[in-house]
Design a protein around this ligand. Structure first.
Ligand code: PMP
Length: 417
């Protein structure tokens, strides 16, 4: 009751996760006869009925290709698809829906920008700046681009608490830096990086910034205009929407300036045998048929999250991660990685004397799904000096009871070591 009053005072609704669970059919599944405790949400979240219904509705009521037909179904599908673009625009606070490009996901969006930059912006001797806590998806495309062009990849390190050493940022930016790419929230450490400040510093030096929001959009309210970043990418499947759909936001000035990187139908105004005139953004970056039903379902996922409220989601997940950290600290022999406060969405840890895979396998026997391994962030593992971690990650449907079950499971494993 006290928490509810506090939430109301702050102007948001407290989450009733038990009630929310009823929206997710898969949560009724049993694993080895035990109720499923799903704590692998950073890898992918489950989908609520509202999203699944929309996916089926698209195929049963309006399935047709978009932008290409004058017939009614095509017009309806086009309306739903462009409506979804507008929903995304509003969700991330972009100025115009023309700044919203549909992609297959975060990796696809980063590759799109890295490819275009490699072809048109980055030259021999130039520099690209990333951070030490990047997911491979926001590291390898830049590594490859630099290798191909003879450019230098520079890396902003993180400190012992898992926070970026932002005091070193200014010194790492030079007049040769062509782009900086960093994650908003680390998928291993849960660190929420001070992106707004980093963007301000980089842009004051004339360096554009790409923000990997794969672990942010489902946990906190994102406003790309407030962040003032040049590019922002995320995946639908980590925010209650289907796989195969993602978003690349780009500032209009950039999208107007950059050439397309894939060619084909749907991205042109006129074509003759010797030349083509490209359409304007976003279409010039969306050659071929996109993930139509998935885009429309992404809008349903945004509607679902909006109906719950991002502030409530943030507060709920903060409580779960604090609770888990407290419980783990009480067990002994557990190392938790990442910042002691302000952690978002994930808690990574290891149990002394146990390999993370063994911990994950034993937890699975108890019906508890966590992720184990390097989490596609091998440089982070190297820096932590571990072969991998156990990672619990949260969504709006996780409950305190599930956190108790996980902590209880870890305690049992500790007892048998
Ligand atoms: N960046 C981060 C921070 C991530 O956590 C992930 C997914 N684990 C990705 C990028 C890649 O996302 P996707 O596989 O959906 O392209």
């Amino acid at each position: 009751m006290v928490l509810t009053a506090l939430a109301e005072e702050k102007g948001f609704k407290m989450i009733n996760a038990e009630k929310i669970r009823l929206d997710f059919p898969i949560l009724e599944e049993k694993v080895g006869g035990k109720p499923l405790v799903y704590l692998d949400n950073a890898a992918t979240t489950h989908k609520p009925g509202a999203v699944l219904d929309r996916l089926i509705e698209f195929y049963t009521r309006m399935n047709s290709n978009v932008h290409r037909g004058v017939h009614s179904l095509s017009r309806e599908a086009s309306g739903a698809y462009e409506g979804a673009r507008e929903t995304v625009r509003s969700f991330i606070g972009a100025r115009s829906a023309k700044e919203v490009i549909f992609t297959r996901g975060t990796t696809d969006g980063i590759n799109l920008i890295a490819d275009i930059f490699r072809e048109t912006v980055i030259n021999a001797g130039d520099e690209v700046l990333v951070t030490e806590m990047e997911h491979h998806s926001n590291l390898i495309p830049w590594q490859a681009a630099c290798a191909k062009k003879g450019a230098v990849l520079k890396v902003l390190p993180f400190d012992g608490e898992g926070r970026l050493k932002t005091d070193e940022l200014d010194g790492m930016l030079t007049d040769k830096t062509r782009i900086m790419a960093l994650s908003y929230i680390s998928n291993v450490l849960g660190t929420e990086n001070p992106v707004k400040d980093i963007v301000r510093t980089a842009r004051s030096r004339g360096v554009p910034v790409l923000v990997d929001g794969a672990q942010a959009v489902q946990h906190i309210k994102v406003d790309v205009r407030e962040l003032d970043c040049d590019f922002f990418v995320f995946s639908g499947h980590k925010m209650y929407a289907p796989t195969g759909i993602g978003v690349l936001y780009g500032k209009k000035e950039w999208l107007d300036r950059l050439s397309p990187y894939r060619y084909g139908g749907g991205m042109v105004n006129s074509v003759s045998l010797d030349r083509s005139e490209y359409a304007e953004a976003p279409f010039k970056f969306e050659a071929g048929t996109g993930s139509l039903a998935e885009a429309v379902s992404l809008a349903a996922a945004i509607g679902y999250m909006d109906s719950i409220g991002m502030e409530g989601i943030k507060e709920h997940e903060r409580r779960l991660s604090e609770m888990l950290c407290e419980r783990l600290a009480g067990i002994g022999g557990v190392t938790v990685y990442g910042p002691p406060s302000g952690r978002r969405g994930v808690v990574s840890f290891n149990l002394e004397g146990a390999h993370p895979y063994d911990v994950g396998t034993l937890l699975d026997k108890m019906g508890i799904a966590v992720r184990t391994g390097t989490h596609c962030a091998e440089p982070v593992m190297k820096r932590l000096g571990v072969p991998g971690t156990v990672r619990a990650s949260f969504a709006v449907y996780n409950t305190e009871k599930e956190i108790e079950k996980l902590a209880g499971g870890v305690k049992k494993i500790r007892a048998i070591l």
